[in-house]
Design a binder for this molecule. Structure first.
Ligand code: GDP
Length: 617
């Protein structure tokens, strides 16, 4: 499947071959490395293991970029080996990059080490270390730049407001969904929050009030006509330029959802796994295997058998692998990927000698779990806050482009990311480059108003934290993005978020336009937005977007997708397979996960939580 897609970028090595973790420790030394597949280069940094060098990732990234850019022509003409045989002078560049990286780490990390007694860990039991939604974490978020902004954000939330029911909804696009589909989504969503509640109840120090407030309240789902008012854009002027949309009155509680979170912090996805309990039950009642049909518990129960110290054969594993493959497919992992995964696990285990008390099923399950976690852990972490600060130092805005098909949640999640950036003290210019879909500009205007209501200039020393740059409809999106970036540079905005028109992956003219927008504007980050709801379809979209960007780009080295925003995670219960499929096929990290319709329904991916959900019976 990978080869058939036809572009080098789609090469997805088998899990055990992939460096989910690009570091290697040997005795007192740690090596970190980065591969450049295009020019076949390896960049390695070695340092004493005991040193905690926070800038190593940055250093290796910067050296990679600079070295590649400096010698790009030589690589293209002579290849990497040709260059190495000749002479190249990179020492001064390296020393400069090293100094920069050291400096940047000093700016970013003025942390003082706590004693164990001071640390939260000293008060925690293992159980309460499982973070639950709604429970306010006491730990400070790293990379947070501006303490003032956090406070201000909280104050803004407390401001008294009133609004119509329609205005309370974060999104203006809910009418697209059909009622029956929405009902299913709502059911799944309730299930998602039920799990979170369950996890919360189990934690050591629950906050009773917070627990009461969250989750259990019936959610107003933005169906059909409920947001008709929001969708009435007839009064909007649509041919402005950059505008600090006026502050709009609305209910900030609805926009913010969970009040107990720490502003600006991007929480990890959580998922409660009851698979452990399931497994324990099987071990205790090994004479009475679980008969739950189709589930993993059933599978493990039925196929359980002690192997003793014999080596594993394909025949031992095949029945387990078959069940496992079906289980993965039932969890929305693309069928071909489920097959490849099981195959790679089989190859890894074949001939392995088993411990006396180990079962085939538990061995296979563990190998699969490890492979899945490795797939989800990005080879290269995208640290948006760090990169924004870096851009700030170079006095330029950091640019993120969002692309994907229609209705996946591009604008909504762009707004959530704006909110998160603002809470971290960064100003945002939203570039309305969806000049195609009626209502797209107005939807962004509504978000801009609400974000301004939550973070008014008064709370930020008179600074407007979010502005919309728009030129109405029908114009060239690449040109608007370019103008927006230059406007942001002149006005001192920290980040430009470029919304693009939704397009089907097979639409060649639109894909060419997107490739042009990306080639012309060279954003720092190209994010593909995909729904967790669709299994194989999301993979198809992602593969074709990447391929189309490669095919339709005029540039010598086409710019491709750098990362993924996985949306509507709250609507899939434990059918989390799309996350696996998407990362497996592209080796690109899931940078953000959308978990709802409020501004704080944004998470970072937690590989272990996703794998726990995936393995759950
Ligand atoms: P776009 O066409 O890609 O810009 O999509 P929109 O941002 O307009 O979103 C389409 C619909 O998906 C809207 O109803 C959003 O509220 C909804 N949506 C977006 N992200 C999420 C999410 O993470 N969870 C849920 N439940 N709904 C979402």
């Amino acid at each position: 499947m990978v080869g058939a897609a036809g572009t080098p970028v789609l090469t997805a090595p088998l899990p055990q071959e992939r460096g989910g973790n690009n570091s290697f420790t040997h005795e007192a030394l740690t090596l970190k490395y980065k591969l450049d597949n295009q020019f076949e280069l390896v960049f390695v940094v070695g340092f004493q293991k005991i040193l905690t060098l926070t800038y190593v990732d940055k250093l290796i990234d910067d050296v990679h970029k600079e070295f590649r850019d400096k010698y790009r022509n030589e690589f293209q003409q002579k290849g990497a080996l040709g260059l190495l045989n000749g002479t190249f002078d990179f020492k001064d560049d390296f020393m400069r990059l090293l100094r920069d990286a050291e400096e940047s780490s000093k700016v970013r990390a003025p942390t003082v080490m706590k004693t164990f007694e001071q640390s939260l860990k000293s008060q925690k039991t293992v159980k309460c270390m499982i973070e639950t939604r709604g429970e306010k974490p006491k730990e400070k978020v790293k990379n947070k730049k501006n303490k003032g902004s956090k406070k201000e954000g909280t104050e803004a939330v407390a401001a008294p407001t009133k609004a119509s029911a329609g205005d309370k909804q974060l999104s203006a696009a809910g009418e697209k969904e059909e009622l029956t589909k929405d009902e299913i989504l709502q059911k799944n969503r309730e299930e998602f929050f039920r799990r979170h509640m369950k996890a919360g109840e189990k934690s050591r120090s629950p906050k009773p009030d917070a627990q009461k407030e969250k989750g259990k309240k019936p959610r107003v789902w933005d169906l059909g006509n409920s947001n008709a008012k929001v969708l009435d854009y007839s009064n909007s002027a649509t041919n402005g330029s950059a505008e600090a949309c006026p502050v709009e009155e609305f209910d900030p509680d609805m926009a913010l959802g969970d009040k107990n979170r720490e502003p600006g912090r991007l929480y990890d996805l959580e998922y409660e796994s009851d698979d452990e309990a399931e497994e324990e039950k099987v071990v205790q009642n090994s004479s009475k295997p679980s008969v739950k049909k189709g589930g993993l518990g059933g599978m493990f129960g039925m196929l359980k058998g002690l192997v003793g110290s014999k080596s594993l054969t394909r025949g031992d594993m095949d029945p387990v692998l078959e069940k496992m493959k079906d289980h993965l497919i039932a969890k929305n992992v693309a069928a071909e990927i489920a097959v490849q995964l099981c195959e790679s696990v089989a190859k890894k285990l074949e001939g392995k000698v088993m411990g006396t008390f180990t079962t085939v099923t538990s061995t296979v399950k563990q190998a699969l779990q490890e492979a899945l976690v490795q797939i989800l852990q990005p080879q290269r972490r995208v640290d948006v806050l760090r990169d924004v600060m870096d851009a700030q130092r170079h006095r330029r805005p950091y640019v993120i482009t969002f692309c994907g098909v229609n209705g996946v949640g591009k604008s909504t999640n762009l707004a959530k990311i704006s909110f998160w950036l603002i809470e971290n003290g960064f100003s945002v210019l939203i570039a309305a480059c969806d000049t195609f879909r009626a209502g797209a500009v107005e939807q962004l205007r509504t978000h801009t108003r609400r974000l301004n209501a939550l973070h008014p200039p008064e709370s930020h020393g008179g600074r407007t934290m979010v502005q919309l740059y728009e030129k109405g409809y029908g114009k060239d999106a690449a040109g608007i993005a370019m103008e927006a970036i230059s406007y942001a540079r002149n006005q001192g905005f920290d980040v430009v978020l470029v919304d693009t028109a939704g397009r089907m992956q097979d639409n060649a003219p639109l894909m060419t336009a997107l490739a042009k927008l990306i080639a012309v504007n060279a954003p720092d980050l190209v994010l593909f937005v995909g729904e967790a709801l669709v299994g194989n379809e999301a993979v198809d979209q992602l593969v074709k977007f990447n391929k189309a960007l490669a095919d339709h780009s005029m540039a010598q080295t086409p710019r491709l997708i750098d990362g993924i925003v996985l949306t509507k995670f709250d609507t899939i219960d434990d059918k989390v397979g799309a996350a696996i499929s998407m990362t497996y096929i592209t080796s690109k990290p899931i940078v953000f996960v959308g978990t709802g319709q409020t501004y704080c329904d944004l998470r970072s991916l937690n590989a272990k939580a996703v794998v726990a959900a995936l393995m759950k019976a």
